[in-house]
Design a protein around this ligand. Structure first.
Ligand code: R5P
Length: 298
């Protein structure tokens, strides 16, 4: 029997693409809220005897987790063989250290909760900075796939004479991988974060590349402060207007508009978080990840 994909609200477009890549069916859910705010979940397509896959990006995890947990539990209750999760953006990965005494390292309990909720996980470029791999915190099979090749190919097809720019040392891994595919040079700047919305980019070395279009690449664009600060430094160095590429279009309210105001040439993101800036399609990449992971979990 074909696998059965279910989209949590907002994930319908990617789910349809994945179903086509995987030759899977799409099941229907009814998810709504009661007047008191509690969530109502109903499966309109029976998962009985089938492998179920939930598609739920986790850019707004606090709103999504409970509907996700209830749906996974429901599908098992209704006889699904197993329930996997495709979370193209994986939340809470940045809170991986106790920066101040008494702080919660939320990446760990979040991983524990997801591991109790579903049988396996496929995600895109999780923010692995102080951790080497997902297995350090996830106890289920958890496979990250990487958007670098998709971004590199998009650059090859769409832009000439570029220099890739990583906003900070954490972005080096993505920028180098994209640069290798795009066959372009890259530089990495240094970032000092003083607070949630207070970021300074130091030592811009960008003026060496004035004749090229700078292409900023980062895994996450959230408040967009990292991108905006970097763009400002490139401007001061008389660089051309930058193209900003983010894997995950998390964008807090107003952030996309602020970034546009910074006079960037373009803002391009992948479709791991639905957003108007999504241009690079990762469905084939994610589908390949699902196939790889499911071969190991049959
Ligand atoms: C940081 O560790 C990440 O790689 C991104 O640079 C960061 O999440 C971007 O955040 P924001 O858009 O809020 O500056």
């Amino acid at each position: 029997m074909k696998r059965l994909l279910y989209a949590l609200p907002g994930n319908e477009a990617l789910t349809a693409k994945l179903a086509s890549e995987l030759d899977a069916d799409v099941g229907e859910l009814e998810i709504r809220h009661f007047p008191d705010g509690e969530v109502y979940v109903r499966a309109l397509t029976s998962p009985e005897g089938r492998r179920a896959i939930l598609v739920a990006t986790l850019a707004r995890p606090d709103q999504v987790f409970l509907p996700l947990a209830f749906t996974a539990d429901l599908l098992r209750d209704l006889g699904a063989v197993d329930v996997g999760l495709v979370a193209p953006y994986l939340a809470y990965m940045r809170q991986d250290q106790r920066f101040k005494p008494g702080e919660a390292i939320t990446s760990v309990p979040f991983a524990r909760m997801i591991s109790k909720t579903v049988n396996w996980l496929v995600t895109v470029d999780p923010h692995l900075h102080r951790r080497q791999n997902l297995a350090e915190i996830y106890s289920i099979p958890a496979l990250p796939v990487h958007a670098a090749a998709s971004i590199g190919r998009w650059l090859n097809d769409n832009l000439d004479n570029i220099v890739l720019v990583g906003p900070d040392s954490e972005s080096r891994q993505w920028v180098k991988a994209v640069a290798d595919i795009a066959g372009a040079p890259f530089i990495v700047l240094e970032k000092i974060r003083r607070g949630d919305r207070d970021v300074e980019i130091s030592v811009p070395d960008a003026d060496r590349w004035r004749d090229r279009t700078p292409v900023l690449v980062d895994d996450i664009i959230s408040t967009a402060r990292t991108m905006i600060e970097t763009v400002e430094h490139l401007k001061q160095a008389d660089m051309k207007p930058a193209v900003c590429i983010g894997v995950h279009a998390v964008f807090t309210p107003g952030a996309f508009e602020e970034l546009k105001k910074a006079a960037v040439a373009d803002i391009v993101t992948c479709n791991s978080v639905p957003h108007a800036s999504n241009i690079i399609d990762l469905s084939a990449l994610i589908a390949a990840g699902i196939e790889t992971l499911q071969i190991g979990t049959r």
